[in-house]
Design a protein around this ligand. Structure first.
Ligand SMILES: NC(=O)c1ccc[n+]([C@@H]2O[C@H](COP(=O)([O-])OP(=O)(O)OC[C@H]3O[C@@H](n4cnc5c(N)ncnc54)[C@H](O)[C@@H]3O)[C@@H](O)[C@H]2O)c1
Length: 313
């Protein structure tokens, strides 16, 4: 396996993955429409990849991009719950139609392995912890439905056609280059940029809500494990650290690394926010040989350091 396509390769996760693949000697093609991704995310490896600006929803583009490819890493999506609530049709078009278009293109081009970026949002408000893959799914947003439908297509394509598929279900990914400017920004880049600017972040709720925050290097590692795994059988596995950290603990650690002492402001709980999330990652170990390679604390320290050095002087 050496030729791959990374959809969404100009985005946060896709750009880290594409960079790692290039470093490991893969020939990398990227397909991205730059809707939420940016050329500057690819700056460190732009000369070493083939970049196609286009959409995963366009069958002709998808077909051309899959030609000569062994592995498709399908990262492209409109990765936002609020955006999907505001415009469920558009969310479905990119996340469901786009995924189906890529699966068909990969099947027709004779791609050997299709790796799909799934989301822990599929578990929704099921309160059971830790989350295991055989649990009841309870999506609470159009985005969560979209990502779960992708998993179902993946499994069916694996059964029906000569296309080996596997899903990697991420839990709250964080790391350098995650966009704090986006109106849908995740909590870690928001808290870090606020702290570094000397401003108080707003914590929704009393700060006891917790998440299985997963450093980007673990997600990249999981994708590469998934590409190389023997017979994953269309299954989707949890990718996380198997632990959880509260928002208060998270903000305390960010302050420690940022060297700040600014009390957070507490606001109302956001509608639909799940109190706690934590993954059981044992199936990922069995199916794709994944185990985390960077723990939460180390990942957070590296992330704060990155935002510090990329602040405008
Ligand atoms: N960030 C997380 O915590 C997280 C958690 C679970 C799952 N995921 C999944 O991981 C993947 C990557 O997420 P991310 O956080 O890097 O988001 P991102 O927005 O940074 O990256 C998504 C990329 O897809 C591109 N894109 C969107 N629609 C497209 C289309 N129609 N055609 C071509 N390109 C298109 C965007 O321009 C962007 O570069 C997504 O599939 C997302 O659902 C992310």
């Amino acid at each position: 396996m050496s030729h791959c396509l990374v959809t969404g390769g100009a985005g946060f996760i896709g750009s880290h993955l594409a960079h790692a693949l290039v470093e490991q000697g893969w020939t990398v093609r990227i397909l991205d429409n730059l809707s939420t991704g940016h050329e500057y995310n690819m700056a460190a490896f732009r000369e070493r990849v083939e970049f196609v600006e286009g959409s995963i929803t366009d069958a002709g583009t998808a077909r051309r991009c899959c030609e000569g490819v062994d592995v498709v890493f399908h990262e492209a999506a409109l990765a936002s719950v609020p955006r999907s609530v505001a415009d469920p049709y558009e969310s479905n078009r990119h996340n469901v139609d786009g995924t189906l278009t890529m699966l068909i293109a990969a099947r027709d081009a004779g791609v050997k392995r299709f790796v799909y970026a799934a989301s822990s949002s599929a578990y929704g408000d099921n309160p059971e912890l830790p989350k295991t893959e055989d649990m009841r799914y309870a999506p609470m947003s159009p985005y969560a439905v979209n990502k779960y439908v992708g998993e179902l297509y993946l499994s069916v394509f694996d059964q029906l056609y000569d296309l080996s598929c596997v899903g990697v279900r991420y839990f709250n990914v964080f790391g350098p280059r995650q966009d704090p400017q986006s109106q849908y920004a995740a909590v870690i880049p928001l808290f870090i940029t606020k702290a570094l600017a000397g401003e108080a972040p707003v914590i929704n709720g009393d700060g006891s809500f917790s998440r299985d925050f997963t450093f980007i290097d673990n997600v990249v590692h999981a994708n590469i494990c998934a590409a190389k795994a023997d017979h994953p059988g269309g299954r989707t596995v949890n990718v996380a650290c198997g632990d959880r950290v509260s928002l208060n603990e998270l903000y305390d650690l960010i302050q420690k690394h940022a060297g700040t002492d600014i009390p957070a402001v507490y606001g109302p709980v956001r509608a639909g926010d799940v109190p706690h999330s934590q993954a059981d990652i044992s199936l990922a170990k069995t199916v794709i040989g994944y185990e985390p390679i960077v723990d939460f604390a180390t990942g957070l320290e590296r992330t704060v350091a990155w935002y510090k050095q990329s602040q405008p002087a």
